[in-house]
Structure formats: C-alpha cells, structure tokens
Design a protein around this ligand. Structure first.
Ligand code: SF4
Length: 489
C-alpha cells in the first residue's frame, strides 16, 4: 500500500498538517474524510523546530493507524492538537492564544478533545489544566505514542489525561515518510540532551540523551528508501554525540554514516544539529569517506567570545571551534558550514559582540542564523539579569545578519561557472516556470524548467548567477539526463 502523504502548510509561524490533494492515497484520505465522523477528525498544528515536526509526523502515523483522519479546518475537527515549543517566550504565547480561542467552543462542544503536546506540556505539566480548564490532554515529549488511548480515555471518562514521564521509552517504529516531500525524510536517531547550556530549556523538556540502536535507525532508513526516499537527515539535539548508553563500545554517528552507505536508494545523508564538542576525528573521517555523506555541517557556535561561551557553558572556546572547522576543511573537499549565533546574552559587551562579528569572516560561514537572547524560566540563565536592552539586541542581530549575508554572497558568487548536483524538489513557490532543488552543500538552486525535470531525481546545473540565498543556473543537457536516469534506477 502506498503511504498516505500530507502537506505541511507553513504559515510562517507554525506548520499545519493536512491531506495532500492529488495524491492517490491522499485523495483517498480526503475522500475518507467525508466518511469520517467528526470525533475522528484531527486538526494538528506544530510549533518550533524540526524535531517537533518529526515528532508530529510520527504522531500522525500513530493516529492514522488508529483510524483518525487529518483536516486542515479546525472547525471540522473533533480533536485539536498543538505540538508545542518552549524555546522562546513568543512561541509559548502564540500557543496560549490559540488555546484561548477554543474556550467558548469547548463549552458549546463538550465532546471536542483539546490536547497540548511537546515541550510546553513537558515543562508545565498539570499546571496547564489549572491555567486552561478547557484543556483535556497534556502529553510531553516521550509519551505521544499513547495518543489514541489517551484520547479514548478522555472520551470514555470525561477526565483529563496527563502523560509527562521522561523515562518512558518511545515504543514506535515509523514506516512512512510524511515530509518535507516524499524524497526527503528526517529520521530521529536520539532524543534529549546531556549538556547544560545555560540559556536552553531542552534538557528539561526532552530529558537525558537516549540513542536509538543503529539497527533500528538503519531499518527505518531502509523502509524509507523502499518508499522512494533519496535523502535522509538524521536528527538529534546533539546528533554527533549519538551512541551514548547503547551498551556497545565504539558506536557513534560514524556507525550510521557507514551503515547508510549500504542502503540502496538513499543517495544523500545529512545530520543536524551538531555540537562542536563532539566533532571527533572518527566522524570527520566518516564524512570524508562516505560517498553519500553531504559536504555540509550545521555547527552552532552561539558566540565568538570566550567569556560569553563560558557563561553559556558551551564547553568549548573560539580556538577549539576554529580547530574543528579546520579539521573538517582539511578532510572534506568543498566543505560548507552553517551556524547559529545568539546576540544579547546577559552581560554581552560591545567587545564580546565584536568577537562574534569577527568570527563570521574568520570562519567564512556559508550560512548563518541569528537569535536574540530570550530568557526562559527553568534555565540557569533565567536567574541572570537580562540586561542587554532589546534595542541593542535588535541592532546586533541586524549587524550580524548583514555580515553573514555579505560573506554568504561572496561564497555563493564563487560558485558561478561551476556545476552542481541538485536533488530536484519541484517548481519554485514564487515562479512555477522555475524549478528548485538543493546542492549537496545545502545551497538552494533555481533554473528554468526543462522536460527532463522530475521531483526526486538528480540534475546537474551550471551556475550562472548568485544572490545571498540562491544560485541560479541552467540544466546541463546530456550529462543531466544520464544522471537523472541512473539516479532513478
Ligand atoms: S547542546 Fe545546549 S543548546 Fe543544544 S539542546 Fe543541549 S542544552 Fe540545548
């Protein structure tokens, strides 16, 4: 049976999952929706990071197996679920505001089941029922596999259900890929985090690090390859520390990279998010040796100042980070690096900010994200006064983004005239006459559509122009057709 696909509607703030019209199974699902009683229709909205989206995909499969169907219209739904993020205050407030709008509806429709899942649920637990009496379910980050029985429990007894055990093993094996498209899949290889970064709520909301056994991860990738997946991204909060507590010495992320080399159909492997501390030589060597491992690393640095890194408890300094980058560049040809910065961490002086700014050029990041520090209750950093004024945070944010953009465009211009292998994703959102895909080093490429273009195949594109975010080019004829043909065999 073909998998039922959904579309993830990115609203800019959140992701709403809905059946995919036009797909045979999706059309079936849509048709099935008309026959599905309201109590089995689910509206599902997801806030936050990729890990949250992947958890949501797993929940969708669990709910689908239990006979629930997705709807993108909350008014049509008998179950409304929010998978939440507590990394930033703003995201939390958005969730509370969504929930607030359901208060009256719940009075009119007492059978409606409203659930809050994920990080906020884990963090605030039963307290959420007190704050929002119309809430029925609070399910944390490790018990969502119990969703159908918890919904059934609410319906049977009209009592609220709380499931926030952090030691609970996630007993579920995924068989389907729900996104971002049918050729690219995210695979969770571990959960939780053992680090103690002072600004971060993740160790509280996701618990201690637990790695899934390599056989289990590789079996999941094999199943995904059979459904047409060509690219997998291995996910973990500190994905490159994978392997701890598995009880077998010598297992690490490198084990998975070598294992994936043997899986037919998978052509590209990425992993996020890495911690500089765990970019060990064995992993760098595996990235260099494995043909499928992409020449790309997302390695958050957070600050270029040793004093700030120390206050953040990041466990490395600027020099250590630079040596990691050097090790990767020496081993991996055409290596590209992306990063994250936080600006306005408590006590950040102008000199400390300048150290972050100078690091952008010193490393030559291919891409970067900047976040304004946001104090989170429950973190060690929350006790430290948030003393950098918001206007200063905003200004530093913009200065750093501008510098990242300048470096990025220089690096992209360096690709003009070169050829790049691209995994074809489909028509560009802004111009359907143009098609888009990504290179192995994660650059977005657009080109005029040709007859040979088919999503999920590989194309060779000659780059003719570059902006900070995009390469533009054209398909290279015969070589591209041959490559597309072999890649789909
Ligand atoms: S490594 Fe630090 S920032 Fe990353 S999830 Fe763990 S505690 Fe949070």
């Amino acid at each position: 049976m073909r998998p039922t696909y959904h579309m993830a509607i990115e609203t800019g703030e959140t992701t709403v999952f809905a059946p995919l019209p036009g797909d045979a199974a999706g059309a079936g699902a849509a048709a099935g929706l008309a026959d599905t009683p309201k109590e089995r229709r689910v509206y599902f909205e997801v806030f936050g990071c990729q890990m949250n989206k992947l958890d949501a995909e797993i929940m969708l499969e669990i709910l689908g197996n239990a006979g629930y169907r997705l709807t993108h219209d909350p008014d049509e739904a008998g179950v409304i679920l929010y998978n939440t993020c507590s990394v930033r205050q703003q995201a939390e407030e958005r969730v509370y505001s969504r929930l607030g709008t359901l208060r009256r509806r719940k009075l009119r429709e007492p059978d409606l089941v409203i659930g809050l899942l994920g990080c906020i649920a884990q963090h605030h637990g039963a307290d959420l029922f007190r704050r929002m009496p119309h809430l029925d379910l609070v399910i944390g980050t490790r018990e969502f596999h119990k969703l159908p029985s918890l919904i059934a429990g609410v319906r049977a007894t009209s009592e609220k259900r709380l499931a926030t055990e952090l030691d609970s093993p996630l007993e579920f094996q995924r068989t389907r890929n729900f996104g971002p498209n049918r050729y690219q899949a995210y695979v969770s290889v571990m959960r939780g985090c053992d680090m103690v970064c002072t600004y971060c709520i993740v160790p509280t909301t996701r618990g201690k690090e637990v790695s899934h056994p390599p056989e289990q991860v590789l079996a999941e990738c094999r199943r995904l390859a059979e459904t047409g997946v060509r690219e997998v991204t291995l996910l973990g909060q500190t994905v490159n520390s994978y392997g701890k507590r598995l009880g077998t010495a010598g297992i690490g992320l490198h084990t998975l990279l070598y294992g994936l080399e043997e899986i037919d159909g998978i052509e590209r492997v990425r992993f996020i998010t890495s911690h500089p501390r765990f970019m060990r030589p064995l992993l760098v060597e595996a990235m260099a040796k494995c043909r499928k491992s992409c020449e790309y690393l997302h390695l958050p640095v957070q600050s270029g100042a040793d004093s700030v890194l120390k206050r953040m408890k990041r466990t490395y300094d600027r020099d250590y980070y630079l040596r990691v980058v050097e090790r990767c560049r020496a081993a991996i040809p055409n290596f590209a690096i992306a990063t994250d910065f936080i600006v306005g961490f408590p006590g950040e002086t102008e000199a400390e900010f300048q150290a972050s700014l100078s690091l952008v050029r010193e490393v030559g990041f291919d891409h970067g994200y900047v976040f304004k520090y946001s104090p989170r209750p429950g973190t060690e950093g929350y006790a430290i006064p948030d003393d950098v004024p918001d206007a200063v945070k905003r200004e530093r944010n913009q200065i750093l983004l501008d510098e990242l953009g300048r470096v990025q465009i220089e690096k992209n211009r360096g690709r003009v005239g070169a050829r790049a292998q691209v995994l074809v994703e489909g028509p560009s959102k802004s111009d359907p006459a143009m098609w888009t895909g990504r290179t192995r080093d994660h650059r977005i490429v657009v080109w005029p559509k040709t007859a040979a273009d088919e999503a999920g195949t590989f194309a060779e594109i000659e780059v003719a122009a570059a902006t900070a975010l995009t390469l533009r080019g054209h398909r290279v004829g015969a070589a591209a057709a041959a490559l597309a043909a072999t890649s789909t065999q």
